[in-house]
Design a protein around this ligand. Sequence first.
Ligand SMILES: [Zn+2]
Length: 214
Amino acid sequence: MLVLGALLGGLGIVWGSQILSSSPEPYLAPQPTSSARIPRVGLVAGHLGHDSGAVCADGLTEVKVNTAIAREVARRLEDLGYQVDLLEEFDQRLNGYRAAALLSIHADSCEYINDQATGFKVARAQADTVPEQSDRLVACLISAYQQRTGLRFHANSITYDMTDYHAFREIDPRTPAAIIETGFLYLDRRILTEGRERVVEGIVEGLRCFLEGQ
Ligand SMILES: [Zn+2]
């Protein structure tokens, strides 16, 4: 919050007023912050550009749910001043992708499995090369997402598909990365669709916790 808040938000005003009060020169609007200094965040809309992912009996698809969430998270982050890349599942840009963080957004099965098939999961790569950073990203996401959505963290069913997720192997090894399964499309459908606001807030706050070091 401190670094980023100053970098993205208040600086122009603070600088402006300092220039005004300490210098006889005419006031000049501060130059926009160099884009190189604005943190970049990558969001993969799970399955986008590739397949439908999980499919519900009435035709609702995981890719549709993931994409709606990812777009809204991207919009919020851009409003906060971040540079955001909204990526497809097998986006060319994932090769060597370098950013402050990468998050892939997915959702779980739309089959009725049992009454335990509710809740979310977050994982980093098994073979992560910046595990401390990625662990912090994961911890931030779990905490914020749980708080915002009220969904429980479903640690028991984190699968190899998550920890060996293809994008983890493609990105620049210095990029902290995680994958979130936002909920189960069957039992958690309501919050993933009508209640998407809370889902989006949970992800945005989890990312900010990591990026701004809160
Ligand atoms: Zn998926």
